[in-house]
Design a protein around this ligand. Structure first.
Ligand code: UDP
Ligand code: MG
Length: 138
């Protein structure tokens, strides 16, 4: 059965002009784009989106990174979308991401890693609702 997940093409990959290549990579992996938009996150939005990490030492840097330029957020659909996107992205640290994964191809390090993907179906639903009204998803 089809499942939804949320991706964010982060400011590094968007600024590098890799958004189209990454969306094409995701489509090749069988993801259907149910909704997509380009936005610039406000610091308050980035803090809220990553609230689970607010006590971590990297939180301030992460919020700065995620607000340094525009991002592309997309709701994606396919069977097992959540685990399949995590596999397609590769490890959090781009330097350790498996060959051919999005983070290996387009990321730089553990912070500037090109792409976000939800980590569970529950969080995917919350993260999609963070950016999209149900009527915006087709
Ligand atoms: N991050 C970082 N330093 C770290 C761990 C994570 O800057 O030591 C950033 C990185 O951009 C990562 C995001 O914080 O994608 C969220 O971290 P998480 O552990 O949720 O990794 P993900 O789910 O994105 O693989
Ligand atoms: Mg995560």
């Amino acid at each position: 059965m089809s499942q939804r997940t949320l991706t964010i093409l982060k400011p590094d990959s968007v600024a590098a002009g890799k958004a189209g290549a990454i969306l094409a990579h995701l489509e090749r992996e069988g993801f259907r784009i149910a909704g997509v938009k380009k936005i610039r996150l406000a610091p308050e939005q980035a803090r809220a989106f990553y609230a689970v990490h607010r006590e971590r030492s990297f939180f301030g840097g992460l919020v700065r990174f995620m607000t340094e330029g525009p991002v592309i957020v997309a709701a994606l659909e396919r069977a097992d979308a959540v685990p399949h996107l995590r596999t397609t992205m590769g490890a959090t640290d781009s330097q350790k991401a498996e060959a051919g994964t999005v983070r290996n191809l387009y990321g730089t390090d553990i912070e500037r890693n090109a792409i976000h993907g939800s980590d569970s179906p529950e969080n995917a639903a919350k993260e999609i609702a963070f950016f999209f009204a149900e009527a915006e998803l087709i």
